[in-house]
Design a protein around this ligand. Sequence first.
Ligand SMILES: NC(=O)c1ccc[n+]([C@@H]2O[C@H](COP(=O)([O-])OP(=O)(O)OC[C@H]3O[C@@H](n4cnc5c(N)ncnc54)[C@H](OP(=O)(O)O)[C@@H]3O)[C@@H](O)[C@H]2O)c1
Length: 109
Amino acid sequence: MEGRGGGNGGDGSSGGTYCVTGATGYIGSWLVKALLRRGLLVHATVRDLEKASYLLPKWNGGDRLKLFKADLHEEGSFDEAVKGCDGVFHVAASMEFSVPDQENIGNHH
Ligand SMILES: NC(=O)c1ccc[n+]([C@@H]2O[C@H](COP(=O)([O-])OP(=O)(O)OC[C@H]3O[C@@H](n4cnc5c(N)ncnc54)[C@H](OP(=O)(O)O)[C@@H]3O)[C@@H](O)[C@H]2O)c1
């Protein structure tokens, strides 16, 4: 998805551009809303653009909000989203845990 670099108000906003990862999450979704309310430009990363669609009317960001598809497990997938940003709120958090079969948890004291 195409993004817009616009740090420091490239499009007229004076507050700058901020990336929020995990924008569909509890903290991320409120952060997006709070930043937009302050008149800032927001690059919001989501894993599933469809899943984010119900949040769009709640965010009501208009053209100050850009969505980017990115996954922590995909190298480089956040590159476009952070490009041109003045700051990044990295709140995406993977809940996938795996312990290799051969690893003995008893060894971790
Ligand atoms: N909530 C709290 O009270 C609290 C307090 C202190 C610290 N924290 C920390 O703050 C962070 C966010 O918490 P939260 O409550 O907002 O969590 P959350 O509601 O579970 O949101 C997690 C976000 O990360 C995204 N995500 C999960 N796996 C991903 C992956 N592989 N690649 C990219 N994005 C991925 C999720 O996307 P999907 O929607 O696609 O699953 C979701 O947007 C966590 O590190 C948490 O430990 C939270």
